[in-house]
Design a protein around this ligand. Structure first.
Ligand SMILES: Cc1cc2nc3c(=O)[nH]c(=O)nc-3n(C[C@H](O)[C@H](O)[C@H](O)COP(=O)(O)OP(=O)(O)OC[C@H]3O[C@@H](n4cnc5c(N)ncnc54)[C@H](O)[C@@H]3O)c2cc1C
Length: 466
């Protein structure tokens, strides 16, 4: 077991083996919940399985020293809880660069366009408009919570892919909605519950908020998303144990004892588990969890989105009047964005979302296949931006599929699970409580969902203490 550098010598309460709350997981939800509980006077310890903090908020550094977000990056104006937290901590936002033309590559041709309406022809626009209207109406009829009720059950009996086959008739319409599913869920539409997609649209305030830069992609966190989790951790002064996986929890009605390989058991009045439901499967419970909660964990799916960052001496695409945002119907790299630092003299950073769920060559999925993936990404981007892309100073990718203690990037619930099992996402079981981005019905799977889930779970624990 290693203690996180911040305050590594101050763990008297943990050594005595008893605390008020053990938080499992030092991602955004776990760190924020621990902060709030600590502020409320509770004796808290956070157990994190990995040797690093932050979970899916991971800012790495390029060889030129640039911070690059391998995980979460964007927040938007509708995400009030995370924006309030950033303000509370004095962390600034960087507006997403959006000056110029976007690119659309479809049916072998590349088109430039301004604004948010892609040049997909009249039929394509009509088809997309109709699909957007139908999805927005569907979302409007749901909840809160959106997973509850007869209409939710009807939607949950279908996949998003099945609905698209019946209601979206043009290649352009399918391409845009597939990009929304890949970006929001990291999975193929055929694997995704229609209810999950509609609830996601509703939580975001409409489909356009998910697709447009003025919506969920409006800002990035200055210094990278890791500066948020890093700041929360610094304030927790020695209460975080990294390299400390929890693999066993035994509980009575009023206390729980958590333990893991090679570490002393810790007893707590409350245990807050903040991993996604699929990752929570790795924890054995005594007595066993209720069947429905165990079933939820066993069947839960997480999608995979992989990000490749290409670093250049400057953002040369801006000289060509381009925003750096592009979407294409072919290849491995299906969507790009300019994520350069705000300083106009800083290097240029182009981000490509890589669709590893849809590869033609399974060899590309090998952990050591980075050079092959880089070559394919460069080929794809050359078709969009020209030969300038060929000579990046640096290429960075993070393989989330190989990340330990993480089942994927974003929630991708299959059909037939959410409508029947959603109460068990949050239902306390004796001293056990649940948080994490997947448990929020607004902006689930996002930083906003993680923050909301932490606030909900903290209220639950503080209320139970009264
Ligand atoms: C590639 C990618 C891009 C994304 N883009 C965005 C974006 O632009 N905007 C946005 O809002 N969101 C985005 N997200 C989603 C966002 O990162 C997550 O919703 C959020 O960070 C989840 O926080 P969390 O605390 O709920 O979970 P996590 O970050 O998953 O934290 C859970 C923690 O629990 C630990 N853990 C697991 N099992 C155990 C165990 N048994 N014992 C102890 N510890 C354990 C894990 O190691 C992890 O640190 C993205 C995610 C990825 C991966």
């Amino acid at each position: 077991m290693r203690e996180h550098a911040a305050g590594a010598n101050h763990l008297p309460t943990v050594r005595s083996g008893e605390v008020d709350v053990v938080v499992v997981g030092a991602g955004l939800a776990g760190l924020l919940a621990a902060r709030r509980l600590h502020q409320a006077g509770m004796n808290v310890v956070v157990c994190e399985a990995k040797d690093r903090l932050g979970g899916r908020m991971l800012t790495t550094t390029s060889t030129a020293g640039l911070p690059v977000d391998a995980g979460a990056a964007w927040v938007g104006p509708g995400q009030k809880a995370v924006l309030a937290l950033l303000e509370e901590l004095g962390i600034a936002l960087v507006p997403q660069y959006d000056d110029g033309a976007n690119l659309l590559h479809m049916d072998g041709r590349t088109h430039r366009y301004q604004g948010s309406v892609p040049p997909v022809g009249l039929m394509g626009l009509f088809d997309l408009g109709r699909a957007q209207y139908a999805l927005d109406r569907m979302a409007h009829r749901l909840g809160p919570p959106p997973w509850h009720g007869a209409y939710a059950r009807r939607l949950d009996a279908q996949t998003f892919g099945g609905w698209m086959r019946r209601h979206v008739h043009t290649h352009a319409g399918r391409m845009v909605l597939e990009a929304a599913a890949a970006g929001g869920f990291g999975c193929r539409p055929e694997a995704l519950s229609l209810l999950a997609f509609a609830a996601h649209v509703g939580g975001a305030g409409g489909l356009s908020s998910l697709l447009e830069v003025s919506g969920a992609l409006k800002y990035r966190i200055a210094g990278g998303a890791g500066s948020l989790t890093g700041r929360l951790a610094a304030d927790l002064d020695g209460r975080i144990l990294t390299g400390h996986p929890i693999t066993h929890i035994s509980r009575t009605d009023h206390t729980a004892c958590v333990s893991g390989p090679g570490s002393a058991p810790v007893t707590a009045r409350h245990v807050l588990i903040t991993t996604d439901p699929a990752t929570a499967q790795a924890i054995a419970h005594d007595p066993p969890l209720p069947t429905a909660r165990a079933d939820l964990q066993r069947r839960w799916q997480m999608g995979h989105a992989s990000k490749s960052h290409l670093i250049y001496s400057r953002p040369w695409w801006r000289d060509q009047g381009l925003t750096g945002a592009a979407v294409t119907d072919r290849g491995l790299a299906r969507m790009t964005f300019d994520v350069s630092p705000p300083d106009p003299d800083a290097p240029g950073v182009l981000l490509a979302f890589v669709d590893l769920g849809d590869v033609d060559d399974p060899d590309l999925l090998r952990p050591g296949a980075t050079p092959e993936r880089e070559r394919r990404v460069l080929d794809d981007l050359e078709a969009l931006f020209g030969e300038h892309v060929r000579a990046p100073l640096d290429y960075l990718e993070h393989d989330w599929a190989a990340e330990p203690w993480q089942s994927g990037c974003v929630p991708a619930p299959p059909p037939g699970l959410l409508a029947s099992h959603h109460p068990w996402l949050t239902q306390p079981i004796g001293p056990l409580h649940w948080a994490g981005a997947e448990t929020s019905y607004l902006w689930e799977g996002h930083m906003e969902g993680a923050v909301r889930s932490a606030d909900r779970a903290v209220t639950e624990i503080l209320t139970a203490r009264q």
